[in-house]
Design a protein around this ligand. Structure first.
Ligand code: KPL
Length: 306
């Protein structure tokens, strides 16, 4: 059986663990041990309980199970490097990593730093925690897997095959960098505005916010041109990015975006991983990013109060 360690037993981590568990040898690694009996509720409503092996990261070096075939890092973007550090002493430096973070912060840093293969996953699976022992698989999506330098296609295929067998539809791709930036563009247009205003995604269509969405997308579209990233439909003009963003807003109109959930829970947001790479790129290429800087500043003020 292929063995997978999953660092960060949040919603995506537990969804992965539950899905892979019947086919693979799973270990959930967190800062603290979770109840071993865990329940997942499927999008259709059916609940299933199973035993998931867990271990706290501080116990790993002394009690490490055999080295895994894959280490998945499913923490928030800003916690990914620390999560890897917490297990690095217990795994060979050739172990493949799989990064599930939003944005584009952890992916280039860990690709540069880790000697072994680093795969990145971009997923539209929806899940949220219902407690210490439960996760709700809110919506089925699709996961794309690849590495930033296109050197590990066979490994990406192997992982995509295993995820698909586990019921998480997945495809290995050779353009994961573009896919991560496309998702980042959408996240940048939606997440800060809904988090700052305490609204559901769909409310961005209203007159109070639509102009601000368009102002963000205008900057993002110009940065994407500088980065050489096309919209998923192949277009690179402002209209293509606007169409993408409005489409996601419509499809997720009732969602409480992840950044809003963080703000409501008084947790640090992923602004550094979502707005950070765009602002850095805008400044590097001399593309205006005043609106993005404004949102980042407003979020920083909000976070300072947590
Ligand atoms: O990915 C999302 C998130 O919440 O982080 C969006 C697309 C904004 C949907 O809510």
């Amino acid at each position: 059986m292929t063995s997978h360690w999953i660092l960060g037993p949040g919603a995506i981590g537990r969804l992965l663990a539950h899905s892979l568990s019947p086919l693979a040898d799973i270990t959930l690694v967190g800062r603290r041990a979770l109840p071993e009996q865990q329940t997942i509720t499927a999008p259709e409503g059916e609940a299933r309980s199973q035993h998931l092996n867990g271990i706290a990261s501080y116990q790993l070096v002394a009690n490490a199970p055999a080295p895994p075939a894959f280490v998945h890092i499913t923490t928030k973007a800003m916690a990914a490097e620390a999560a890897l550090e917490s297990v690095a002493g217990a795994i060979p430096a050739t172990t493949p990593l799989v990064l599930w973070q939003n944005g584009f912060l952890a992916q280039p840093r860990l690709t540069e730093r880790w000697p072994g293969p680093v795969l990145c996953a971009s997923t539209t699976e929806g899940a949220y925690l219902t407690g210490d022992d439960g996760v709700f698989h809110a919506g089925r999506g699709h996961t794309f897997v690849g590495d930033l330098e296109n050197r590990h296609g066979a490994l990406a295929q192997q992982l995509a095959h295993q995820l698909s067998q586990a019921g998480l539809a997945a495809t290995a791709v050779d353009d994961i960098r573009s896919r991560l930036w496309q998702k980042l563009a959408v996240n940048a247009a939606i997440n800060p505005l809904v988090a700052l205003n305490g609204i559901r995604n769909g409310e961005l269509c209203g007159a109070a916010y639509a102009g601000r969405v368009e102002a963000v997308v205008e900057e993002v579209a110009a940065i994407m041109v500088a980065e050489g990233i096309q919209a998923p439909d192949g277009g690179s003009c402002l209209e293509a990015w606007l169409a993408l963003v409005w489409n996601v807003i419509e499809k997720t109109s009732n969602n409480k975006a992840s950044m809003l959930q963080d703000v409501e829970g008084k947790r640090l947001t992923e602004r550094g991983a979502i707005l950070g790479p765009l602002i850095e790129s805008g400044e590097r290429y001399g593309v205006g990013c005043e609106v993005l800087l404004g949102l980042d500043g407003e979020l920083a003020v909000l976070e300072a109060g947590f």
